[in-house]
Design a protein around this ligand. Structure first.
Ligand code: B12
Length: 215
């Protein structure tokens, strides 16, 4: 089957909240040589965003969104498992999580998987993570980078609280910070004093490489 057709099917599987179809198309896509990155970014990610727009317009409701998110997660696991293995020597250590009050973790999981595939050591602290947890984990693993994800207007401020928690602990200079998520912008990163903003996973890799002088 043509690549375009598989990618279209990936998108449609989420628009019809069909987990079985999503898993099936992810497996078939990979078996037929479509890159897992492309299947995600051109297929599943576009599908879930289209559904978000429909949710915004009141055309679909939370139960459907939850079903689609479940399907997306299943497909993402299949795609992530097919990503090439990273280099054996770590290129840098990253602590990543979704901020307190926010349960959206699909984007964060994609970024974590891309980072691993690009040779970084990743410590994923999950979702609904308090600012102090980002700081503690970063100190514990002697991270180079702290990455936070926020998808709600109401939880964006927590990314600023991470900056404050780092300053309060007297360790702001020890780490570089990067922020992302649907409602996050470069302007917001500048406002809170984060070192970088990334609009998607590939941009995240690029920005992290720049922050660590690897680019
Ligand atoms: C799926 C989804 C859900 C799922 C989440 C499941 C899960 N496990 O993640 C469920 C159904 C649980 C959900 C719940 C809610 N949701 Co919701 N959800 C979405 C939806 C449709 C897609 C999000 C997604 O997964 N996108 C795909 C991923 C791949 O994209 P992404 O997250 O943006 O990540 C990419 C980049 O942003 C970037 N990135 C992200 N994080 C990071 C971090 C770093 C460090 C870097 C470098 C890069 C990076 O790279 C990623 C990969 O390319 C969005 C719509 C949208 N346009 O985003 C709404 C959306 C975010 N939700 C919304 C809302 C309102 C809610 C609820 C409040 C609904 C309710 N009434 O209860 C609850 C919130 C619960 C909570 N406390 O968190 C609103 C937020 C509006 C706002 N401005 O605040 C949105 C925008 C929908 C809408 N248009 O109204 N949601």
């Amino acid at each position: 089957m043509a690549k375009e057709e598989l990618i279209k099917e990936a998108r449609e599987s989420l628009l019809s909240y069909d987990k079985g179809k999503a898993e099936d198309v992810a497996k078939r896509g990979i078996a037929e040589g479509v890159s897992p990155q492309e299947l995600m970014s051109e297929g599943f990610v576009i599908g879930i965003r289209e559904l978000g727009e429909k949710f915004d317009l009141g055309e679909v409701f939370l139960p459907e969104l939850m079903l689609a998110a479940d399907a997306m997660q299943a497909a993402m696991e299949i795609c992530n498992a097919a990503l090439p293995a990273g280099e054996s020597e770590s290129r840098g250590t990253i602590v990543i999580g979704t901020v307190e009050g926010d349960v959206h973790d699909i984007g964060k999981a994609i970024v974590a998987a891309y980072l691993r595939a690009n040779g970084f050591e990743v410590h994923d602290i999950g979702r609904d993570a308090a600012p102090e947890l980002f700081v503690e984990k970063a100190m514990e693993v002697d991270a180079n980078i702290i990455g936070s994800s926020a998808l709600l207007t109401a939880t964006l401020r927590v990314q600023g609280e991470i900056e404050e928690a780092l300053a309060e602990a007297g360790v702001r200079d020890r780490f570089k910070t990067i922020v992302g998520g649907a409602v996050c912008t470069q302007g917001w990163a500048d406002e809170i004093g984060a070192d970088a903003f990334a609009k998607d996973a590939s941009d995240g890799i690029r920005k992290i490489e720049q922050l660590l002088d690897l680019a």
